[in-house]
Design a protein around this ligand. Structure first.
Ligand code: ARG
Length: 577
């Protein structure tokens, strides 16, 4: 266990148990980093309340057990009953060495290993991916990487919109163009718009589109199914181009679209029926989910079968929950979907609970997010006034990354520069997304995300590259300093050590809240602590031979934390910049 706060929390828990007689498992000593000391424990306050005791006396009794003496150089009871802790340099150094010896750099594996399904990206077939898909794709991918890293079995699912009434007009449009083989979906947006325009303009086309939907739902008209399959395949090609360029893990075999659930829907409805949950409202089949009302305050039903007999978005999502729990045996269902779909998802989850499917340990989490805004504080648009296209943003990021590299005049050759530019540009785009609190809207700003100072990817990437260059100059192999137990005499060395040791807490905190910006903030703190250390503590300078190995060890661990932390966010780090 390399996180000193975690180690201390354990020690304190036992001490509180000894003093109060409560079982250790019921005690939370609430240990946090603190500006007053290395850490502060506030647990005495809640415990004292629970036991009707004086919190200061309780804190003092815990200190008097002497349990902290071996790892703290100072322990002080302050205020109403806080315990301020200052760690010994030796304890910190040993924890650092333990982290350095661990490929996970001290990040503890999950206590309970689960199967998690992460539902993210979810674009629609035969439509372009736009700015709305940026957040779900980037956040979902980071969560996938982190969940896997702490030991969970993760199933990526791309719940693409590949079914439903729009396919009538899309298929009919393919027929008009000359059938399978004659369409080109490299511009899916244009294709969709052409179909839509015909649908709006011609009653004859509209009628054909409606008939085609019926044929599609029957699933047994070969030419209809062939055209549908072609649209799905061509879209998957296009999605793969976007995912590849953006550097996310999703690929076509992660697609489990809405169409996949269609065959299971009648059985799902039958289960609702058997459970007595299926009701009728205005001719539609619905589930009355308690606690949900419309604007007029009337109870809101979850419609699972329209009056016409058709299935809808709720039908597929409810069927999908059953699939994830019962076929995939997932206990953690993560939905990375925008805030506007919150009510829909909560109703689906509640219906699945009522059905007895989504019951502990299985649970669902809506990882919601706000909008990406332009300067005008409205949904980010392209020049033509439509939502900005995702591929344009990705290519814009790569171009700007390359320009930044060209400006910095490095001694790299053409190929290296192009690669570095993409790493910087894509890193900047993803990090801007991940570092802002997902719940809030954020304003998209190329200059800010590509800046080499501030809480940006280029700043963190540069900190990493700078450390690599220290080792190149010293001509020292990085692995050779990994067994060194550093001395931590200077305050900046201590401060850096404390930051490095909180990597574990940052990763777990991020996963507890499904909020990647927490890990970003931590990495930024690490990079800043490194900058202060590097300014105050010479590493390679003549006259500092005695501290050289120790400081190189701090440099190496810093670079590893930055590299691993960014990798967990889906961001690469260069060795030179
Ligand atoms: N395809 C949907 C859209 O573009 C998002 C689907 C989200 N995932 C889900 N299971 N409902 O709005």
């Amino acid at each position: 266990m390399a996180d000193p706060l975690h180690t201390i929390a354990h020690t304190l828990r036992d001490a509180f148990a000894a003093v109060t007689g409560l079982p250790a498992a019921e005690i939370d000593p609430v240990v946090r980093p603190s500006p007053r000391a290395d850490a502060q424990a506030n647990g005495a306050l809640a415990l004292a309340k629970q036991l009707d005791r004086n919190p200061r006396e309780l804190a003092e009794a815990v200190v008097a057990t002497g349990a902290l003496a071996s790892v703290c150089s100072a322990v002080e009871v302050a205020g109403p009953g806080f315990i301020n802790l200052t760690f010994t340099a030796r304890f910190l150094a040993e924890q650092l060495a333990a982290a350095a010896a661990d490929p996970h750099l001290g990040v503890r594996p999950a206590e309970v290993v689960e199967t998690a399904v992460v539902d993210y990206s979810a674009p629609n077939v035969a439509k372009e991916m736009h700015v709305g898909h940026l957040r779900t794709t980037v956040i979902g991918d980071a969560l996938v990487r982190m969940l896997e890293f702490v030991g969970h079995t993760v199933v990526r699912e791309n719940h693409v919109g590949d079914w439903g009434t729009p396919f009538g007009m899309l298929i009919e449009h393919v027929v008009d163009l000359g059938g399978v083989g004659e369409t080109d979906l490299s511009d899916p947006g244009g294709f969709y718009k052409q179909a839509r325009a015909k649908f709006d303009a011609s009653d004859e086309f509209k009628a054909r589109a409606r008939e085609r939907v019926t044929l599609l739902q029957g699933r047994d008209d070969d030419s209809t199914m062939a055209i549908w399959q072609q649209l799905v395949d061509q879209s998957a090609d296009y999605f793969d181009i976007v995912y590849g360029r953006l550097g996310v893990l999703l690929r076509r075999n992660d697609i489990v679209g809405e169409s996949f659930y269609q065959p299971y829907m009648p059985a799902m409805l039958a289960r609702l029926e058997t459970a007595g949950l299926l009701a009728e409202s205005d001719g539609a089949k619905v589930v009355w989910v308690p606690g949900f009302t419309n604007r007029e305050g009337e109870p809101l039903p979850l419609i699972v079968q329209a009056r016409t007999g058709g299935f809808n978005y709720a039908t597929s999502d409810l069927t999908c929950v059953i699939d994830r729990v019962e076929r995939l045996h997932a206990t953690l269902l993560v939905y990375v979907v925008g805030t506007p779909q919150s009510q829909h998802l909560q109703m689906v989850f509640e219906a699945a609970r009522m059905l007895g499917v989504l019951v502990p340990p299985a649970r669902a989490v809506h990882v919601n997010f706000g909008n990406v805004l332009g300067d005008d504080r409205k949904m980010l648009k392209s020049r033509s006034g439509e939502p900005a296209m995702l591929l344009d943003l990705v290519d814009g990021a790569i171009a700007r990354g390359r320009a930044a590299v060209a400006e910095r005049n490095t001694d790299l050759d053409e190929v290296e520069r192009a690669e570095l530019g993409a790493v910087i540009g894509i890193g900047a785009l993803k990090y801007a997304e991940l570092s802002s609190d997902r719940i809030k809207d954020y304003v998209f700003d190329w200059d800010r995300m590509l800046a080499f100072d501030g809480n940006t990817a280029p700043y963190l990437q540069y900190a990493h590259a700078r450390i690599c260059s220290i080792f190149r100059r010293a001509d020292v192999d990085r692995a050779s300093v990994r067994a060194v137990v550093p001395t931590l005499d200077e305050p900046q060395e201590r401060a850096l050590a404390l930051q490095l040791l909180q990597f574990d807490a940052a990763v777990h905190d991020t996963l507890d809240k499904f909020s990647p910006h927490r890990l970003c903030t931590h990495l930024f703190d690490v990079a800043q602590a490194f900058t202060s250390f590097y300014e105050a503590c010479p590493v390679l300078k003549d006259g500092y031979e005695a501290t050289r190995e120790s400081r190189l060890a701090l440099c190496d661990l810093t670079a590893r934390v930055l590299q691993l932390g960014l990798a967990l966010l889906g961001i690469d780090v260069p060795e030179r910049m």
